[in-house]
Design a binder for this molecule. Structure first.
Ligand code: HAM
Length: 432
């Protein structure tokens, strides 16, 4: 007996509990995916699907050598001279596809959305998996602040579509441009270096490699050290400051509530200017529902000769499910068949097999019992599957040309001519 790898999970036809977490079934996943599509298409976004495997260099250069993702969370596969990586995120792959297929030639701004699996070799826990699923939107080709605001608006619209707006908190910040961030990093390093002995081991490492990441610390002691540290806002350029002000004005105008968080930094290196994160209430350690920002430098980092301004967000579907569970929001369960054909005897089974095909051609979902079992067993299964009707046909029914149609929700039963089965199911409240 094999088990799924820790940090991965099966999505079954029904919801199930494991380790205190509800794993939703395929009906709930389809509902979430379809609402996400509906909202993002409402923003004019078009779907893109990129491979799960990408060149390791794309991720290393795109996401950044110094990030946790590249340092310790990549699933890599060696094949001959090449190294592939299971994509840890989709922004760098979408930018690769944009450049590879010269999507700028389609004209205008490209709004590309995706839904699919990502892979990070993290320590698995509730809400944190090694194979997880993201949906996201990348707006490529616009440097205007309205693109940043539109991206945030689209992200918020998804959570609004699930009734979660009041259970989320949006934080935003401006990270400025790489040069000023570099100068800020130096200043921060100088500020913290004399106190290095009071930093955690991780933060001490970050002091060398990526001091900005220390800003996100949860440790009280480290927060105290940061209280009088230099602030990034004073380092960023006037253009970035104006860009940030315009983004905030647009969000205000659209009634999108946010908190400014000067300590917000993201775990990926490609951001410039706007950065944001959405947190959910009551989700414990894995509260980050979604995040994103502007990444004007990514295209060049992965080989483009020209700058391609872009902004995007991505969200974890498993985290969205955690938020829906915390809000006790109902999600659809498995879909029941319209009809369960209960056939008794060889001749009736042959008839029913053909009849099932006809009903399906007419758009009905029909289950035909494959086991030639007793009437009792077949009825039990029809009920277990939640079928709306059982159509019962045996030798007598074939001889008389009348089937017994039982409404399993109401419990009443009537005779219907075999040739009029489909017509008889119309007007019964079943979807046409
Ligand atoms: P990220 O913040 O690394 O950003 O991931 C986005 C979201 O994916 C997180 O907020 C979280 O909900 C979910 N997530 C990340 N890791 C895991 C995990 N191990 N298990 C479950 N859920 C997880 C990005 O990936 C950027 N590409 C976002 C972006 C798009 N920036 C610009 N465009």
């Amino acid at each position: 007996m094999y088990q799924s790898i820790p940090g991965t999970f099966d999505i079954l036809p029904h919801d199930y509990e494991h380790g205190g977490v509800t794993f939703y079934g395929t009906p709930a996943w389809r509902e979430v995916e379809s609402r996400v599509r509906g909202v993002l298409q409402g923003f004019g976004a078009e779907e893109i699907r990129t491979p799960s495997l990408e060149p390791v260099e794309l991720v290393a250069r795109g996401v950044g050598q110094g990030t946790d993702i590249v340092q310790k969370e990549m699933f890599t596969i060696e094949r001959g001279d090449a190294t592939f990586v299971l994509r840890p995120e989709v922004t760098a792959p979408v930018m690769r596809a944009f450049l590879q297929h010269r999507l700028e030639q389609r004209g205008g701004t490209q709004r590309l959305y995706y839904i699919g699996p990502c892979y990070r070799a993290e320590r698995p826990q509730r809400g944190r998996y090694r194979q997880f699923h993201q949906f996201g939107l990348e707006i490529i080709g616009a440097d205007d602040p309205s693109a940043d605001a539109e991206c945030i608006a689209a992200m918020m619209a998804v959570y609004a579509a699930f009734g979660l707006t009041d259970r989320t908190r949006l934080r935003i910040n401006s990270l400025g441009e790489p040069e000023s961030r570099q100068r800020f990093a130096e200043a921060l390093r100088e500020h913290l270096a004399p106190h290095a002995d009071q930093l955690s081991e991780t933060s001490r490492r970050r002091l060398d490699s990526n001091p900005l990441r220390i800003l996100d610390t949860k440790s009280e002691q480290e927060r105290a050290l940061l209280a009088d540290a230099p602030s990034l806002a004073t380092f960023i350029s006037e253009e970035s400051r104006q860009h940030y002000a315009s983004v905030k004005l647009l969000l205000d105008g659209a009634g999108i509530v946010y908190q400014e968080d000067p300590l917000l930094v993201r775990g990926l290196d490609y951001y410039t200017r706007t950065a944001f994160e959405l947190e959910g209430d009551g989700l414990g350690a894995q509260a980050a529902l979604a995040g994103g920002g502007r990444y004007d430098g990514l295209a060049e980092a992965v080989g483009s000769k020209s700058t391609v301004p872009a902004v995007g967000f991505a969200a974890g579907i498993e985290r969205l499910f955690l938020a829906l569970a915390a809000a006790e929001a109902p999600l659809p369960q498995e879909s029941a068949p319209d009809v369960f054909l209960v056939a008794l005897g060889e001749e009736a089974r042959a008839w029913a097999f053909k009849q099932a095909q006809e009903l399906r051609m007419a758009g009905r979902s029909v289950v035909f019992d494959l086991g030639a079992r007793s009437m009792k067993a077949q009825m039990k299964e029809a009920n277990r599957k939640g079928a709306r009707f059982a159509v019962i046909v045996g030798e007598d029914e074939l001889a008389s040309g009348q089937a017994q149609v039982r409404d399993l929700t109401k419990g009443d039963q009537r005779s219907v001519p075999l040739s009029e089965l489909n017509a008889a199911l119309q007007g019964t409240g079943l979807p046409a």
